[in-house]
Design a protein around this ligand. Structure first.
Ligand SMILES: [Zn+2]
Ligand SMILES: [Zn+2]
Ligand SMILES: [Zn+2]
Length: 326
């Protein structure tokens, strides 16, 4: 009788730990830390989750893992917490959670490795470029890239930015700049590096958020990642403002630091046939060496709290990050 009871207790304990392994990947770092203090087994599960988070910031959404590295002595932050999206998303509820750190890949990104559609809004009845008949060669596409109206699939050579990150990158912490994106291999000139993804928000919402972010940042320990890009159409008299907020949800681009000399990335606004919205993509402006920091000029379009110091260390450094009053 006694033996039976302890057996039962043992198996229910096991079930509890199996449950823990399922829900731990959903926890915020502070929750994970406090629950790991309760017993040695939970501590070990939490440690595994943390190790998996450090090994891939992209949660398996990209073609290559993008790890975190914190070489700062005495700094115990293993990774910064955010939600990951490989493509643009619409404004989200603030309480959303996403599993991160699970050993079950299909659980981590629903549907295995399939990436979400890169196009949020489509134009009905658009005419594509017919590149399928020309063997995927798109010589007179009316767009920058093929899109939903083209008959080709994602294997088409004119969809360079739609497959996600494929160059090796890493996210490294610097004691002055905080987390930044670095090349983990040599990146040739002209190579697609990544898209700037996040929540697509209205101009009104972006102004409200910026105000809130300025307040939070003035207390320190908060790094907003709100990008505003103005897209000018060839006609010259139409300008669309694209507001992408990667503060809560975004991809690796949210870690790219500013450089006063313009950095080593080229910002390209990519239009696609049949897609209503453009996407903001980064290409290597020149050859980028392994271990070199990846940067671009926030110019007047990435909103940053006023007076935040710049540590780009270039000869053209103004000492402060650019900011825009909107
Ligand atoms: Zn096309
Ligand atoms: Zn095509
Ligand atoms: Zn600078």
């Amino acid at each position: 009788m006694k033996e039976q009871q302890s057996k039962k207790a043992h198996s229910s304990g096991e079930a509890f730990f199996q449950c823990a392994a399922v829900f731990f990947p959903y926890l915020l770092p502070v929750e994970l830390a406090s629950i790991s203090l309760t017993c040695i087994t939970l501590y070990q599960i939490a440690k595994l989750v943390t190790a998996r988070r450090i090994s891939d910031s992209s949660r398996n959404f990209e073609n290559v893992p993008i790890p975190f590295l914190n070489p700062i002595v005495g700094d115990s932050q293993p990774y910064p917490y955010f939600l990951y999206t490989p493509t643009q998303v619409l404004q989200m509820k603030p309480d959303l959670r996403q599993p991160w750190g699970s050993d079950n890949v299909s659980q981590m990104c629903q549907g295995g490795h399939t990436r979400p559609d890169p196009f949020l809004f489509r134009v009905e009845g658009g005419i594509g470029c017919g590149c399928v008949d020309k063997g995927g060669i798109c010589d007179n596409c009316p767009c920058t890239e093929c899109g939903p109206s083209c008959m080709c699939d994602f294997g088409c050579g004119n969809r360079m930015t739609q497959g996600g990150v494929s160059v090796k990158l890493k996210i490294v912490k610097d004691d002055r700049k905080g987390w930044g994106l670095y090349a983990a291999e040599l990146i040739p000139e002209g190579k697609f590096v990544c898209e700037y993804t996040g929540e697509l928000i209205s101009t009104k919402e972006s102004r409200q958020r910026q105000q809130k972010y300025d307040e939070l940042a003035s207390n320190g320990c908060f790094t907003p990642a709100l990008l505003v890009v103005k897209e000018h159409f060839p006609s010259g008299n139409v300008c669309i403002r694209i507001n992408i907020d990667a503060t809560r949800i975004g991809n690796v681009a949210r870690f790219i630091n500013h450089s006063c000399d313009g950095g080593n990335l080229e910002t390209v606004i990519v239009r696609s046939t049949g897609s209503l919205l453009s996407r903001v993509c980064f290409f290597a402006l020149r050859e980028i060496q392994e271990n070199e920091e990846i940067s671009f000029s926030y110019g007047c379009f990435r909103l940053k709290p006023n007076g935040q110091r710049c540590f780009c260390d270039t000869s053209s450094c103004t000492g402060f990050l650019p900011s825009e009053h909107t």
